[in-house]
Design a protein around this ligand. Structure first.
Ligand SMILES: Cc1cc2nc3c(=O)[nH]c(=O)nc-3n(C[C@H](O)[C@H](O)[C@H](O)COP(=O)(O)OP(=O)(O)OC[C@H]3O[C@@H](n4cnc5c(N)ncnc54)[C@H](O)[C@@H]3O)c2cc1C
Ligand code: FES
Ligand code: FES
Length: 483
């Protein structure tokens, strides 16, 4: 029997909050943090713009205890269910000022006229606060990345960027630094017991195990429960499609799924790692993955979204999938009494369909280290460079010997109902010289291999052309100039 609790606890700014979800309470376990905050009398600063993670008006910061230090992360509160903040500090714009003195990020927004209508401003301020807590004198790229998830339609970004530069050029001595130790102690006391949360109301069952064995036990008892990693896909089912999510298995609190380790042959990555943390690990080790993650959603989305969630959603335009196929990655699937590793290409079965068994969870991804004769690249074609989902994407791998193709994998997203390899084109290229003439012929074969759809993002002809051109781009990046 798993020990469990039916309340959640977190620190709202500096106050310990305990929430129960009994009959007398308006709150549901699937209430979003945004709606919870706006139901309180003094937390109307946080705004709803889109309720789908696009505008950042709902940005808040959560702080987590990491070995006695607080780690600050910006998140979109419209995509977070209340139990997901159990054991964390939730920081809102109302609490940034210190006894009447504005926080440096607020003061610099005023100094640089960073606000006009003000609708986006609380979200922008919280993104600047996250930046301030994580970076001292950040470069332009880091500042822009911190603001990618915040849409401002009237001020323009230059004043906001100036505010960021000035605020983050002073040493962090804010009140959060001064009170860090006491908040850490509060979080420790909440998290001391690894007790699973099980909230049952008349309409919803919400399970939040904190260990993998508990999660697998819940999974086998409630196989139809919706698995939630970061909820950046799942929450939209509620906020946009109006679905009632009756049973949720929230695995966001399982620390043992958040790892990145390597041995001589393989990188092993826990499925619960956030994409932002994965990006940090990938820098220098998995350059194609790193570059792809630079264009993935926004910082708020990457702070929440997990690798397991990107695979589990099996979207035809899921950005990690073509690349993982090109890397010949394996997905580790685990149930309470067994485990298996399966190639990612075999795991994705169709449109948003995987081969996950009813009692399994995705627990890890294994990426073999490529040898020195292999080049791996990832490409994303989207209408905007950042904060957009792919129109067409590609994950390619090429092994050459004396400029002849020994092995090639060309995996595309956005070209079929699931991420798919261009099998005929690959077969044509194998054993051929890696030259422009061969690639020109391969591009013609590629054009006939897929029958992509047309939608608001692009027509079928555009998608076909984009796929051909990605192959050409890959060739130009991997060929020697004389050929
Ligand atoms: C504003 C915005 C921008 C986005 N931008 C991008 C983008 O640039 N590229 C892109 O590819 N996607 C993008 N997405 C989609 C989404 O963020 C990603 O697919 C993300 O990786 C999902 O991860 P998650 O942990 O939030 O998944 P969740 O929403 O928690 O889960 C998604 C699915 O995976 C299943 N699942 C989750 N974890 C597991 C597990 N461990 N085992 C088994 N099944 C599991 C769930 O049941 C669910 O079906 C965006 C979404 C938003 C809202
Ligand atoms: S309300 Fe737009 S990102 Fe949350
Ligand atoms: S100040 Fe109006 S949207 Fe940013």
């Amino acid at each position: 029997m798993i020990p469990r609790r039916d309340t959640i606890q977190f620190v709202l700014n500096d106050q310990l909050v305990t929430l129960a979800f009994d009959a007398g309470n308006e709150l549901k376990p699937t209430t979003t943090v945004l709606n919870y905050l706006r139901s309180l009398p003094f937390h109307k600063g946080v705004k709803e713009g889109c309720a789908e993670g696009d505008c950042g008006a709902c940005t808040v910061v959560v702080a987590e205890n990491y070995h006695g230090k607080l780690m600050y992360k910006t998140i979109d509160s419209c995509l977070v269910f209340l139990p997901m903040i159990h054991g964390k500090q939730l920081i809102t714009v109302e609490n940034l000022a210190d006894a009447g003195t504005l926080h440096p990020v607020q003061q610099e927004m005023i100094n640089h006229n960073g606000s006009q209508c003000g609708y986006c401003t609380p979200g922008v301020v919280m993104s600047l606060f996250g930046l301030y807590k994580n970076h001292y004198k950040p470069g332009r790229e880091i500042i822009e990345d911190a603001l990618t998830g915040n849409l401002c339609r009237c001020t323009g970004y230059q004043p906001i960027i100036k505010a960021a530069e000035h605020a983050c050029s002073c040493v962090d001595t804010d009140k959060f630094r001064l009170h860090e130790a006491s908040i850490v102690e509060m979080l420790k006391s909440i998290n001391r017991k690894k007790t699973a949360i099980e909230i049952q109301t008349s309409t919803r069952n919400y399970f939040k195990p904190l260990t993998l064995p508990d999660a697998l036990a819940f999974r086998s008892r409630y196989p139809s429960a919706t698995i939630v990693g970061g909820a950046t896909d799942t929450a939209l089912r509620q906020t946009k499609k109006g679905e009632l999510l009756q049973e949720i298995l929230d695995i966001s609190g399982i620390e043992e799924l958040k790892y990145f380790v390597e041995d001589e042959q393989v990188y092993k990555i826990g499925s619960g790692i956030s994409l932002e943390e994965l990006k940090r690990h990938a820098a220098g080790k998995l350059p194609a993955l790193y570059r792809m993650l630079q264009k993935f959603g926004s910082l708020q989305i990457r702070n929440q979204a997990t690798l397991g969630g990107n695979i589990g959603s099996a979207s035809p335009i899921g950005d990690t999938l073509p690349l993982l196929i090109a890397c010949k990655a394996g997905v580790r699937l685990q149930s309470a009494d067994s485990g298996r590793v399966i190639r990612i290409g075999d795991f994705i079965k169709g449109y948003r369909l995987t081969g996950l068994h009813a009692d399994e969870l995705i627990t890890a991804v294994h990426i073999p280290k490529p040898d020195s004769s292999t080049t791996i690249s990832a490409y994303k074609v989207s209408r905007r460079k950042h904060m957009d989902i792919s129109t067409v994407s590609g994950g390619f791998s090429l092994q050459l010997e004396k400029n002849y193709v020994v092995e090639i994998i060309l995996a595309f997203g956005g070209m079929a109902e699931q991420p798919k390899r261009a099998a005929e084109t690959e077969a044509f290229l194998r054993g051929k010289p890696w030259t422009r003439a061969t690639v020109d012929q391969a591009m013609d074969i590629l054009a006939g291999e897929f029958t992509p759809w047309s939608d608001a993002r692009a027509g079928a002809a555009y998608r076909n052309l984009a796929a051909r051109n990605l192959l050409l781009k890959f060739y130009t990046e991997t060929s020697s100039p004389a050929l």
